[in-house]
Design a binder for this molecule. Sequence first.
Ligand code: FAQ
Length: 311
Amino acid sequence: EDPKLVAAFEARVAADEFIEPKDWMPEAYRRTLTRQISQHAHSEIVGMLPEGNWIGRAPTLRRKAILLAKVQDEAGHGLYLYCAAETLGVSRDALTEALLDGKAKYSTIFNYPTLTWADIGAIGWLVDGAAIMNQVPLQRTSYGPYARAMVRVCKEESFHQRQGYEIMIALANGTAEQKRMAQDALNRWWWPSLMMFGPPDENSPNTEQSMRWRIKRETNDELRQKFVDITVPQAEFLNLTIPDPDLKWNEGKQAYDYGEIDWDEFYAVVKGEGPVAKERMKARRDAWEEGSWVREAADAHEAKRRERKAA
Ligand code: FAQ
């Protein structure tokens, strides 16, 4: 690559300018962005499944309407993100194929099952909470289309987080059985939520370069720490216990210390061994196959329209 082009690119990034689709960029920058944006898009799409599982069983009409809207928002996020990835020169079909062939990653968090209604509260509170923590800085990521997609996504995620927390408030102040459900959901979702931020910085192969290119604006560990610090008082307000005996306020660093994350579990889930990973992929493949008639009909319609225009 021409060192002059590289230097000009790096200067623009250092000056916090956005890089746009037609601008020159190093191939490795394009590759890293395509990887991260497409994984993010796949996460939004697979992320509809755990919650979609509860739309038919939401306890009231109000809860059902809210959950339906939330799951639709996730579909929208996936679509903006696929569009952002396409501006880097990759086709949406290729991205979808990579997901369905099991070659592309998506967030580990969506490979855990949603066993009770309280899980819908815990997902909104913790999973959307972690997602916002990670995505707010991405509004200033160096690639323009990704940054702009994040603005709307973050607005919607913040509503999602509040709807989840509101479910938790209702359950935590409810009957003994409801409170038990809320605690059980927190117990099961806490550690997987911390894993969403990715491996510790010293074992994160992409962080250093992505920080230099300003694709990432904060590291995995920095964001994880912020998430813990914001979430602990929220758990206290609910009168629920975070399942970590080592969790302790550290006066010196003005932040919480927390226990060791089970990284073996994380890497096993990344490899596709999550508790419901097979079901998730089967659901996506079935949806793709069952939707083939829609794609064929759209193609046939487009072909007819073109023929008519040409005639
Ligand atoms: N799961 O070197 P790093 C949502 C992989 S929120 C699976 O640290 P990087 C909203 C990583 O890809 C969830 N894989 O990587 C919602 C890499 O593998 P590769 C989606 C993970 O990219 C809420 C390897 O490990 N959000 O969907 C995970 O610098 C509720 C080494 O890691 C985003 O994607 C993981 N947790 O940092 C929807 C945010 N962590 O590709 C529905 C954008 C790491 O080299 C309901 N992404 N890996 O083979 C990012 O910020 C970054 O990509 C990180 C990972 C922080 C996720």
